[in-house]
Structures are given as C-alpha cells and as structure tokens.
Design a protein around this ligand. Structure first.
Ligand code: FE2
Length: 509
C-alpha cells in the first residue's frame, strides 16, 4: 500500500479543505471551494490566512473572502488569473486590444470588465429577476463577511423575542404618521417589515436607506412578520485594504468635454495640450510623467439630448462632433494612452450599462486609444480604476441628506458604502436589466472616477481615491438659469506610484 505524504506537503483535496474549515467552525460556499481548488499555490497557506483573518461572526466563507486573500500582495504572483471569483462568475468577460509595444506591455492600460459585446437583456420579466438576484447575491456575499444572517423565511413563531440578523433588498421605505420608519425587506425566501422606532439609536442613520439597495439589519423578531431594528449594516469598503501595487507615471482624469457645444472651451484645451506636449516652459516635468488620460464620458455634446439643445450647438452633426473630438484628442502626445468611456451625451444606447463607442466612430481616433464601456474596470500599470460616468449622482443628490452637486465626491463615497454605482433602480437613469449587475463594486478599486455633474470633487475613502473630474464646457444658459456653477478646465492628476492627487488649472484666471 502506498504511503500517504505528510499532511503539510501534499496538496489539499476539496473534502479536506471543507473539513479543515469545519474544524474551525466555518462553512464554505461551493463557489469559494472551487476557487481554492483551482489555486495553484499553497492551499495550506491560503487556508491559514483565511482562518486567521476571519471575524468570529463569520459563519460562511464566500468567494469575496477567498478572492481578497488571493489578491493580496503575497499571493498575487502565484494566483492564476482564472482563479478570480469575478472572472469565474463572469465567463464572458471581454478583453480589448492594448498597446502592443513589448517595452510598454506591462504598463499599458488594460480593460478588465465592461458591457461591450456582452449585453444579454431583452427586457422581459426573467431579465429583471436575474438582474435583482445577481445584485442581491453579490452584495449579500460582501455583507456575510461581517454579519451572520439567516433567511427571512426562518423567522417563525419560534423566533419570537429573539435577536436575529437578516440581509435583504429594500423594497420600500416609509415614515409612518407616528414618525417611525418602516422598511419592507426582501430576500429570495420571503419578505419582512423592519421597524425603526423614532427613539431608536439608528433612526437618524435610517434616513440614508435607499430603495433597491441591499443592507443588513439586526433586531428582535415578533414572530409575526415584523422585526424591531437595533442596528443597520451597509456593505461598505473593507477597513483594511490589500496593499496597493506601485504603479508608474501619472494619470490625468477628464470628463464631459462636450465637443460640438458652443460652450466647449477650445482655448483652455489648447493650453492643456501645449502644457502636456511640453510646448510651455513651466510644468514640463510633471507633464512628462503623464502616461494615461482617462475620459469618463460626454466626449461630445450629442444631438437631441435635451429640448432646445440645437441653440447650444456649434456642430449640428453627431459624426462631425466626433471628428472634431478626434482632432483635439489626436493632438495628445503619442506616448500617452487615452482611455475613453461614454456618457449620456454620447452616441451609444441611453440605457446603462453602455457599451464602448461604435467602431465607425473609433476609427476617427488614433488606433492605440482604448475604448471601454460605462461603467468599466481598467488597470493602469497595475492600479485598478473604476470608471463610471456618474448619472446616479442625480438620484443620490435628490434622495440623500447632505449630498449636493457642489461636492460630488460625497455622492461617490455613498456609492462605495453601498458597494453599488447606482443603488436606486428606475429613477432618473434607465438601467437595462442585464443578467449580471455590472454596478456592484465587487472588488474595491484603487480609484473611482466619475464625471457628469461638471464640478470637481476629490476625496479619499478607506483607501480609495474618489475623483470627479469636472468639465471642459463653460456655463451654459440653462446652467445659468438653474444656478449651476460648473468647474471647467481643471484636471485632477494622480501619481500612480504614490497615489497623491493634485489639481491642474487650465481655465483663464
Ligand atoms: Fe453627463
């Protein structure tokens, strides 16, 4: 009979992995087991790392936790790309061409995920079911790292008076005539009414609850379909983020150029190009370090986006607008990689997520530019960047206290806290019910970059650089009437080695 190798030197089998975790009091989700089994490095070390970091309240180890440890620095080299849970749950993730120069291959911008060529939606009932189930299960997995929850259907007479925790999607939030807050929560097993009394410690916090978001609640069950809430939990970013890889060079973040509009600031763009291309005496050191320019939507002003837009247009043909945009962008120094994502003024479907600009439009631009969807996850010399045009900021400004257009970074932080770029469904943005919810922030990015609101906002939240990149359009008549003050021709620059952020100002003083 062949002798078994010692436990520490042979690879762990699936059953053994499950047993090892069970001995420590943890269950393992089947998808998480699959990822561990596919991992080519030391499974023993990976398990030790998972066990030593798991919170006592965690009962089930899911794919997020396994992924976190696979992606942390000491495991990054050994982890095969296919072992990422995001990849495994998204079999059709497309990759777009990147710069092919072998010397710059490692540092070229790479598209990790977007909707381009992957839309599954025809808009029938089943699409909506898939979409919301995917949203629920992805965010539940994140919340499960910090909350030992039970299914709603398990709350019966036997749980009367007991403290229980649930994870549910918010179907409705109301304030009663007595001032209590009532939330209808749903999970795949049932619905429950969660009550937050006016004198509760979490009452003020409950004003931040949005419909369609997924939250955790802990409270006392009345055994009759009601839960009296004592604490609320949002998925949020992890307190301890994995150490960032050191990137190279710097990235300029832009959005909302609105080329084709009478209000596009051509002079300021010209000054920007002169600085970038080293045609000025000042700032050329900083300019020479720029390796990427990322544009988060509204490259052109478009046609028919709002009533009476023709009065604001200098170029009345959408293709001519893109040809003009190509001329302006093709003037950028050739060693800089430009990444272009669309917005609501661009020539792609209005329902989000939006695919990359069509190929006939792409053909106007230099061939090494990278066209991605909205939203899109990319990496810039290893630094992860999540690009989203930011239409959901309109909804967040309307619905959340303390959130305004003047400080768009606060709305973006609310996206991170909810691990979702557009938590409210069916308000001012049309979201196509794709089978996968592309708005869930499954992996914390190093940078979250939005635009849309034409104001600049910069913050840092739990290790994430949060940046809204303003505009290149001066104040329109409509904005004047609405008292909206844009912040044009200001460019946030991120040093990818240190993650320091500065603002460069190209507007005339
Ligand atoms: Fe926009």
């Amino acid at each position: 009979m062949q002798q078994m190798p010692p436990r520490s030197s042979r690879p762990l089998a699936g059953q053994e992995i499950v047993q090892r975790l069970a001995e420590k009091g943890y269950q393992l989700e089947p998808a998480a087991l699959e990822i561990i089994c596919r991992y080519s490095g030391s499974k023993e070390e990976l398990l030790q790392r998972i066990i030593s970091s798991a919170d006592r309240s965690v009962a089930v180890i899911g794919t997020s936790m396994v992924s976190y440890h696979l992606e942390s620095s000491s495991f990054a080299d050994a982890a095969p790309r296919s072992s990422s849970p995001i990849k495994s749950s998204s079999p059709s993730i497309s990759t777009q061409p990147t710069i092919s120069d072998p010397e710059t291959q490692d540092s070229s911008a790479k598209l990790k995920c977007d909707i381009t060529g992957r839309s599954t939606c025809i808009g029938d009932y089943n699409d909506f079911v898939h979409y919301f189930r995917d949203r629920f299960s992805k965010i539940r997995e994140i919340l499960s790292l910090r909350l030992n929850s039970r299914p709603i259907e398990s709350l019966t007479k036997s749980t009367t008076g007991r403290e229980v925790s649930l994870i549910g999607m918010v179907m409705d939030v109301k304030t009663t005539s007595k001032g209590n807050r009532v939330i209808e929560l749903e999970d795949p097993t049932g619905m429950i009414t969660a009550v937050i009394q006016k004198d509760s410690e979490v009452y003020e916090q409950s004003s931040l609850i949005l419909t369609d978001e997924v939250i955790g609640v802990t409270g006392t069950s009345d055994g009759n379909g009601r839960l009296f809430v004592k604490s609320l939990l949002w998925p949020d970013m992890p307190n301890q983020t994995a150490p960032l890889e050191n990137g190279n060079g710097s990235a300029l973040l832009l959005s909302d150029l609105h080329i084709g509009s009478k209000y596009f600031m051509a002079d300021a763009w010209q000054r920007f190009l002169q600085w970038l291309n080293g045609d000025t005496e000042d700032g050329s050191d900083l300019a020479s370090q720029v390796r990427y320019i990322v544009i988060a939507g509204d490259l052109v002003d478009g046609i028919g986006i709002y009533p009476g837009q023709e009065k604001d247009l200098e170029i009345m043909d959408i293709y001519e607008q893109y040809k003009a945009a190509a001329q302006w962008l093709n003037g950028i120094r050739k060693d800089i990689q430009v990444i272009i994502s669309p917005g609501n003024h661009d020539i792609v479907r209005q329902a989000e997520p939006q695919p990359a600009l069509p190929e006939d439009v792409q053909s106007y631009f230099r061939k090494e530019m990278l066209f991605v969807g909205n939203p899109a996850q990319v990496t810039l010399s290893g630094i992860s960047l999540l690009i989203y045009h930011g239409r959901s900021i309109d909804d967040l400004v309307l619905r959340l206290p303390g959130i305004s257009y003047a400080a768009p970074e606060k709305a973006m932080i609310e996206m991170l806290r909810r691990r979702h770029l557009a938590p409210i469904y069916g308000s001012r943005i049309s979201i196509a019910p794709e089978h996968e919810d592309h708005y869930v922030i499954s992996r914390p990015p190093a940078i979250l970059h939005c635009g849309h609101v034409h104001t600049v906002g910069i913050a840092r939240y739990k290790g994430v650089a949060v940046i809204n990149s303003g505009t290149w359009q001066s104040q329109t008549d409509f904005q004047k009437k609405m008292n909206i003050q844009p912040v044009p021709a200001v460019v946030p620059i991120v040093d990818l080695a240190t993650m320091k952020i500065r603002k460069l100002i190209f507007a005339e003083s």
